[in-house]
Design a protein around this ligand. Structure first.
Ligand code: ZN
Length: 269
């Protein structure tokens, strides 16, 4: 096991990653204006977690508009990342326990959870091939719903990925550093209600003041309502006021100098 890092690198200061999940041709139009608004709120680069064949549908490589859009974002310093292959597990046989875990416990998002290393490697390589075929460089992988087996994690290393993420960490695979990286994610009504309070984000930041990285994970369903988008943008502004925005890729030790934040943002809380 790699050691968890809890201290902030003094020359860099704490970081903030805006992580956009389930990016596909059909969610492009939801994410596009949000990415522009996030830039106005202080986050100019995000990590986009792309699913190559959402629920077994056609490959994203068939959508020319989507590829042009991804490449444009990549050229602006956004980090294009692999997020599962189909984002759903496919089982040919079902035991009652497997059915329960798949449909109820993991809501079908266990694509990389009960999987052999070889199966995981096959999916990861297919994903990388798809990006390579359209000229997009990908160095990171995040499993759907952060559900990743030990075997799948080994496969990410064998496939050559440089980082992977869990709900609470970002793991830099080449250096075996595991950064504590708490995530705000809005999967329940209770969490959104909490988020409406202006006090919640400063309190959450205070609770995680030693974490080198804070993250906000946004899913397409979060962008469906104007009010929720507004709350998220306020959060982005609040976190970016004290934490230097960057992508997952920028956390890698060999990130290009122009991707590095030049100064630690002023502490305002
Ligand atoms: Zn997802």
């Amino acid at each position: 096991m790699s050691a968890h890092s809890t201290g902030n690198s003094p020359e860099r200061g704490p970081r903030f990653v805006l992580s956009l999940h389930d990016v596909t041709p059909s969610t492009r139009e939801s994410f596009n204006p949000f990415i522009r608004d996030a830039a106005k709120a202080g986050v100019e680069r995000t990590s986009l977690l792309v699913v190559p064949r959402w629920h077994g549908g056609p490959s994203f490589t068939r959508d020319e508009k989507f590829i042009v859009w991804l490449k444009e974002l990549e050229s602006q310093g956004h980090d294009i990342s692999l997020h599962g292959f189909q984002h759903v597990a496919v089982y040919t046989t079902h035991s009652p326990l497997t059915w329960f875990m798949h449909r109820i416990y993991t809501a079908g998002e266990d694509e990389f959870y009960r999987i052999s290393e070889e199966e995981a490697l096959h999916k990861l390589k297919n994903g990388l091939e798809a990006f390579k075929g359209v000229g997009i460089r990908v160095v990171g992988f995040t499993a759907p719903a952060w559900l990743m087996s030990r075997e799948a994690r080994s496969a990410t290393i064998r496939a050559g990925f440089e980082y992977t993420t869990t709900f609470s960490t970002v793991e830099l695979l080449k250096t075996r550093r595991c950064l504590r990286a708490p995530t705000l994610v809005f999967s329940t009504r209770k969490e959104w209600r909490r988020a409406v309070s202006k006090l919640w984000v400063p309190l959450w930041k205070q609770m995680n003041k030693d974490a080198p990285v804070l993250r906000l994970a946004m899913h397409p369903r979060d962008l469906e309502h104007r009010d929720i988008r507004k709350i998220a943008l306020n959060m982005i502004e609040e976190i970016a006021s004290t934490h230097t925005p960057c992508t997952y890729r920028d956390l890698l030790p060999d990130a290009p100098a122009d991707q590095e934040p030049h100064a630690t943002a002023e502490q305002t809380t």
